[in-house]
Design a protein around this ligand. Sequence first.
Ligand code: FSX
Ligand code: SF4
Ligand code: F3S
Length: 406
Amino acid sequence: MIKAKEDKINYKKYKQGAFLKNSELYEKLSNRLIGLEALEGFKEEKSLTTHLEEKGVSRRDFMKWAAAMTAMLALPSSFSPLIAKAATLSDRLPIIWLHMAECTGCSESLLRTDAPTIDSLIFDYISLEYHETLMAASGWQAEHNLETAIEKYKGRYILMVEGGIPTGENASFLTIGGHGKTGEQSAIEASNNALAIFAIGTCSAFGGIQAAHPNPTGAQALSKVTDKHVINVPGCPPSEKNIVGTLLHYILYGTLPALDAYNRPKWAYGLRIHDLCERRGHFDAGEFVEEFGDEGAKQGYCLYKVGCKGPYTFNNCSKNKFNSHMSWPIQAGHGCIGCSEPNFWDTMGPLEEPLANRLYNTIFKGLGADATADKIGVGLLTLTGIGIAAHAAISKYKNPKDSQGE
Ligand code: FSX
Ligand code: SF4
Ligand code: F3S
């Protein structure tokens, strides 16, 4: 009885604490936005609201989008107006976007939707001071624009970098413009003067396909070429929501988000594909696609046996999807290839076969439980690893070491 009473008091205290915490946070974020609002916008012509209206987006749609973003950033729904406000203030922070060695899929993910989404329209609206794919300038003019933008907005701009960076004696594999400047030099210079740095896409976050074995250009992640702190937004490509969400989070908080062991924002990369997968019920029931096109594939069974790497991959693809929220790899019928994990080209193959016993030899190699902020995730992975081992007693099983000829 006494225990029950204590519990009740503790619960009340907890609730009050939680409430206080939320209201304090609300106030803190509101003040941050008031401060930003006082700054002059870089887009003088029109407000975001006007911009959206002109593109046929109603206020109602915008508020629905803000509510979805609020949930995605793991904030209470009462914070929606703040998210909407943060979006309208996205022209207060100038952005410099550099391209290194990559396929430009990251920019495409954001911008090349058949009908522009609110995310892409916001990107259209923000003060993009330099973006090689989008700007009209080229050659000397482009270089001049970059230097001017860095100088003009020193210490105030957000740097977004797409692509892996050839380094060291191979740095000249990526030489930009008439000055003969390497991508590495350019990335270092832009990083030195940035307010915040986001590595957009797996290439920039972890090296990506350029850095895959044998890595002929010595390509590296952005975080390896600058000593500044880098927030990684991986995925090959990342979803538009994860890119815009990272930006919104920074506008709202002005600080780094909670990050995992690979410096990925936890709100986006805190859970595994496997934990959020619509086929998970089939995995648990032991119902697998045995080969592409079979009856199991038609029934939407689990893709683990045909190579899905969802159990080893941290991302929120099933929630955000791609192409205007239309679909995502597993919905389309192919397993996840682990595209938001470090070195996935080298460690997740063969892409259409299970990893099976290679679990601890791959992405988590050298990551003791204490070395990662995601102890729970790794713990779960270990347990699931056992589950997988049980499910993985399959006829197609092959030791990947054999298949790699090691
Ligand atoms: Fe890399 Fe982005 Fe993959 Fe491509 O540029 S993350 S190759 S989708 O586009 O950097
Ligand atoms: Fe989904 Fe892949 Fe996990 Fe199967 S193995 S439940 S397809 S994430
Ligand atoms: Fe990449 Fe897997 Fe998502 S392949 S896009 S992390 S489902």
